[in-house]
Each structure stands twice: as structure tokens, then as C-alpha cells.
Design a protein around this ligand. Structure first.
Ligand code: PEP
Ligand code: MN
Length: 353
């Protein structure tokens, strides 16, 4: 892990390229160690990914001088490939198994399914703890809630800021649910000590200075897809975080801007299996921001599960009609409970827990 981290420090200096060595099954530890030493002497860092079927040795550094054919000639090497895509650490070629991301007392990815639920904005202690207790009863595993809100209008409710963060901690203590909340400015990071999963909202997906800074922090990051960003741009943003040494990234598809006006955004469900094919990172879906309409949450939640999502993020409010933000897309706790119970057989059918 340390070697992996240090390797990233050289990313922006000199020639850096990524290569993978696929080792034959049952390669002994001594051969792996010998190869590791050989590479490290050349200033190349190693990221070993040991799966049940295959072991992949990822090389980061100036690999241009390596002779691929010489390497292929070694008896325990199955194949050697260069990673040509611009996304490297996020690439499934670099890490063939699904990544399992520890978040608070939970594990995200690799067959685990999570419901993250809660209000768009934290409004009061009573509002947040009431919702938190309700969603927990239904089986949700994360509490979401915004304290720093990115609003289109400067006159709209901007969130409770530090007070909201304090209320999140109270709700966490009362329910035991890990908390996820959005960061908009890296100067606020000190307020995120008790946060389990830091959200980067759609509007900040390409705030590269923020991404770089989060790459240096030790908390998992939930990276939402930008309003008008391609899947490759999204992976490159995840790459920014990982390049800083933080490999705990979870992606969130939340709809993109299209010409369609029936829904708030257009949920790009194809992004789920595409991400699964291209990357090892977990991906969850937010049908609330993708549609803006409560009755669309249930069918799209089911569709997300079928598409291979690792979880759902859903907005829930105890009084949607009076919510300070996004009431029209917020489910009541009872509606959320119905969605969760309806989704459970689908999660089982897809072989997730
Ligand atoms: C949110 O989750 O509260 C939010 C603002 O979402 P997005 O960044 O996807 O618009
Ligand atoms: Mn919202």
C-alpha cells in the first residue's frame, strides 16, 4: 500500500506509463518477489492484485525501457500488456476483481448492495433524526443529507453548513448509520471528521483542485457524474482522486442533461454495465436527481439493480411538501419503505446481498 502510494507521487514527473503482467496460475511467492525487486530497482512501483483465478502485477513508472518479449519469456508469465486507455488506476485491466470499499461499518462493492437515503438538505435535528430512524427501520445502510448545498440560485436555501454537520453527527450517534454528505470547498474538510463517505456533487465532478485534495485525504469518496460529462471524463475524475493515493472511490450515476424535459435529467442506465466493464470501482445510482419525480423512483431503482448497480441513493423527507430543497422528488419514509421492500427480491435475484 505504501509503495503504491509513493508511486503516485512520481505520476506528474517524468515518463509514467502503466503496464500489467498477468502471472500464470500457481506462480510461487519467490518468483513474484524476485520480479518485484527487479522492477523496484528500475524505479517502477508494483501493485499486486491477487485474485482466485489470476494474479495481476500492475506496474507504474517509466516502463518504456522494459522489453515486453523478454518478460513474456519468463516461465511464470502468462502475458504482458500496456494500458492504453487514459484511465489507469480506475481501469479494470489494472485491477480485474471488483473493488471492495470499506466505508464506516460497511463494505461497498463486490456483491454488496446498499441503500443510502435521507433528505436533500439537513433542516433541523428533529427532521434529520426522524428520517434517519425511519430509513434505518426499513433497512437502509447509509444516511445521506446535505449541509453544503450547491443551488442554482444564490437566493435559495444554501444548507445549514457547520450546524448541519453537527446534526449529522447526532443522527449518526443515534442510529449507528454511517453518513454521506457533500463537500463543496476543501477549506471545509476539517468539518468532515465524523463523515464516513464524502460526496463530490455533479457540479464539482471536474473541480480538479478539489479532486486532487481529496486524493490526499483518507476518507472514501462518492463521485457523482457531472451533468454533461462523458463516462470517460467521469473515470478521469476518479483517476485524479486515485492518483493522489486515495483508492476508495465509489461512482454515482445521477442522470445527465439531454433534450428531454419530462424528467429533471436523463438516467443513463447504460453507464452502469459500461462502468462495470471498464472499471473495478463500485457504482451506485441516484434515481431521485436523475428523474426529479417520486413515482419514477421505484421502476428505475429496480432497473438499476438489474443493470448491475452496487446501491441506490434516494432522497427521503418526512414532509416533502415543505422541504427546503427537492421536495418534489423526495419520498416519504413510508414510500421509501415500499421501494426498499419491493427492491429486495430483485437484489436477491441478481445475486447480491
Ligand atoms: C445531492 O445529492 O444532494 C445533489 C446535489 O446531487 P447532484 O450533485 O447529483 O445534483
Ligand atoms: Mn437534492
Amino acid at each position: 500500500m505504501v509503495a503504491f502510494f509513493l508511486s503516485y507521487c512520481t505520476l506528474y514527473e517524468g515518463k509514467v506509463s502503466y503496464m500489467i503482467i498477468i502471472l500464470k496460475q500457481n506462480t510461487d511467492q519467490a518468483s513474484i518477489e524476485k520480479l518485484r525487486l527487479f522492477m523496484e530497482e528500475k524505479g517502477i512501483s508494483i501493485h499486486l492484485s491477487q485474485g482466485v483465478q489470476t494474479t495481476i502485477m500492475g506496474l507504474i513508472g517509466d516502463t518504456t525501457a522494459l522489453d515486453v518479449n523478454n518478460l513474456r519469456a519468463l516461465p511464470f508469465i502468462e502475458d504482458v500488456k500496456r494500458i492504453s486507455e487514459p484511465y489507469k488506476s480506475t481501469n479494470r485491466k489494472f485491477h480485474p476483481a471488483d473493488s471492495l470499499i470499506p466505508v464506516g461499518n460497511q463494505l461497498v462493492g463486490a456483491g454488496n448492495f446498499h441503500f443510502m437515503a435521507g433528505p436533500c438538505s439537513i433542516e433541523s435535528e428533529d427532521q434529520l433524526t426522524t428520517i434517519a430512524k425511519e430509513i434505518k427501520k426499513s433497512g437502509a445502510t447509509f444516511l445521506r443529507g446535505g449541509a453544503f448545498k450547491p443551488r442554482s440560485s444564490p437566493y435559495a436555501f444554501q444548507g445549514l453548513h457547520g450546524e448541519g454537520m453537527r446534526l449529522l453527527s447526532i443522527a449518526k450517534k443515534e442510529t449507528g448509520l454511517p453518513i454521506v454528505t457533500e463537500i463543496m470547498n476543501i477549506n471545509h474538510l476539517d468539518l468532515f471528521d465524523d463523515v464516513d463517505l464524502i460526496q463530490v456533487g455533479a457540479r464539482n465532478m471536474q473541480n480538479f483542485e478539489l479532486l486532487k485534495a481529496l486524493g490526499e485525504c483518507n476518507k472514501p469518496i462518492l463521485l457523482k457524474r457531472g451533468l454533461a460529462n462523458t463516462i470517460e471524463e467521469w473515470l478521469m475524475s476518479a483517476e485524479y482522486i486515485m492518483a493522489g493515493g486515495n483508492s476508495n472511490v465509489i461512482l454515482c450515476e445521477r442522470g445527465i442533461r439531454t433534450f428531454e424535459t419530462m424528467t429533471r435529467n436523463t438516467l443513463d442506465l447504460a453507464a452502469v454495465p459500461i462502468i462495470k466493464r471498464l472499471s473495478h470501482l463500485p457504482i451506485i445510482v441516484d434515481p431521485s436527481h436523475a428523474t426529479g419525480i417520486t413515482w419514477l423512483i421505484e421502476p428505475l431503482a429496480k432497473a438499476s439493480i438489474a443493470a448491475g448497480a452496487d446501491g441506490l441513493m434516494i432522497e427521503v423527507h418526512n414532509n416533502p411538501a415543505e422541504a427546503l430543497c427537492d421536495g418534489a422528488q423526495s419520498l416519504t419514509p413510508a414510500e421509501f419503505d415500499h421501494v426498499m421492500q419491493t427492491c429486495k427480491p430483485y437484489i436477491k435475484l441478481e445475486g447480491r446481498v
